[in-house]
Design a protein around this ligand. Structure first.
Ligand SMILES: *Cc1c(COP(=O)(O)O)cnc(C)c1O
Length: 397
């Protein structure tokens, strides 16, 4: 009772609340927390059969745990993906999604505007193993096409991108990838599975930092990789099993419970973000507001088609560069200065000196990460209180 029937189509909200639920013989209403590293076998024969794969059952929590499995199954169902595997962090998911199948001589194409850690993996880690890459302007489809080589195995992107909030055409890039015989990997953190399910547009693999909106309450780190059964069996499972980027059962329990309210939280955040973006656009000290839900966003139509709502992140450029940006951030009383995002609490970041400080000034300029750029993750507080905090702090500039 209470578990979803296999093969039946359920709405997204039902999948978020009940997907993957597996009750024990006690019939607990809430998902059980199996805080165990290992499992005992009924007999030596049973242990042998499980290791040979002849008998189903858990063996070791590095590669299987009932609480983690509920989170994984719920994530797969939400996305409409065949399978999902959880990782300890979003970066472990990104890294495993590439290292589990790429090898020396392979080539990766990625959009320039992406999370700092992803850029480090592609530009600094992969080359040590002989895997080369080309970074392109993700919004320029011709640039993706021209970067394709015979050795190209992966196209990687983030949409909306961090911190530029540019929107990349998922269907078009998936087509380019498949024509090249490569896989498209999408980092879907900013959109969340509530707004955008990249596999519907042809993505082969979707990765998440569950640390962001999925937890959404600043409690724990986590990640997930969504893929098909063949990729899991041939590449991902052996990699995870033997290298161990595994999610703790406790964190999986926090995350599986958090998924129950993801739809409510993300929709409320989007509504608040849209209101705050409009207030910022009227502020005289703000040069430019970027929000995918506003009609003045450069890819507003694509954002509407791919995501429906505009998301929970807003970026804006403050007149007066770094000094003005710092005066503004320090004058905020409600909104916290933090590099996290997707939280119930609204958070503000100055990308040029934090998340993107590692890039050269030229690379930052190319991305539009100016000295006055602020990234705001809009939370669940009253939008009128957020607007007042922002407007008051802008006066301090
Ligand atoms: C935060 C983030 C990551 C990394 O996730 P962690 O859980 O912090 O390791 C990757 N990609 C994007 C877009 C992110 O926002």
């Amino acid at each position: 009772m209470g578990e979803l029937e296999a093969g039946r189509k359920y709405g997204l909200k039902t999948r978020l609340v009940r997907g993957g639920l597996k009750r024990s013989e006690h019939g607990e209403t809430s998902e059980a927390l199996y805080l165990t590293s290992g499992y005992a076998y009924d007999s030596a024969e049973s242990a042998e059969a499980r290791f040979k794969g002849e008998e189903p059952g858990y063996m070791y929590s590095r590669f299987g745990n009932p609480t983690v499995a509920m989170f994984e199954d719920r994530m797969a169902l939400i996305e409409g993906a065949p399978v999902a595997r959880a990782t300890a962090t979003g970066m472990a998911a990104v890294t495993a999604s590439m290292l589990c199948h790429l090898r020396q001589g392979d080539h990766v194409i990625a959009s320039r505007a992406m999370f700092g850690g992803c850029r480090y993996v592609i530009e600094d880690v992969l080359p040590r193993y002989g895997i080369t890459s080309t970074l392109v302007d993700g919004t320029n489809l011709e640039a993706w096409r021209q970067a394709v080589k015979p050795a190209t195995k992966v196209l990687f992107l983030e949409t909306p991108a961090n911190p530029t909030l540019e929107i990349i055409d998922l269907r078009a890039v998936a087509e380019i990838a498949h024509k090249a015989g490569a896989r498209l990997i999408v980092d879907n953190v900013f959109a969340t599975p509530v707004l955008q399910r990249p596999m519907e547009y042809g993505a082969d693999i979707v990765v998440y930092s569950a640390t962001k909106h999925i937890d959404g309450q600043g409690r724990c780190l986590g990640g997930a990789i969504l893929c098909d059964e063949k990729f899991l069996a041939d590449h991902l499972l052996p990699f995870i099993r033997n290298t161990g980027p595994s999610l703790s059962p406790f964190n999986a329990w926090v995350l599986v419970k958090a998924l129950e309210t993801l739809d409510l939280r993300v929709r409320a955040m989007c509504e608040h973000a849209a209101a705050v973006a409009d207030v910022l656009a009227r502020e005289p000290k703000v040069k430019r507001v970027t929000y995918p839900g506003r009609p003045d966003h450069p890819q507003a139509a694509l954002a509407r088609a791919q995501m429906g709502l505009g998301g929970s992140l807003v970026t804006f450029d403050i007149d007066g560069g770094k000094a003005a940006a710092f005066r503004f951030a320090n004058a905020l009383k409600l909104i916290d200065i933090s590099n996290n995002l997707g939280d119930a609490k609204s958070l503000i970041t100055h990308p040029a000196t934090t998340t993107h400080y590692r890039l050269t000034p030229e690379a930052r300029a190319e991305l539009g990460v100016t000295e006055g750029l602020m990234r705001l993750s809009v939370g669940l507080e009253d939008p009128s209180d957020l607007a007042e905090d922002l407007s008051r702090a802008l006066k301090a500039v």
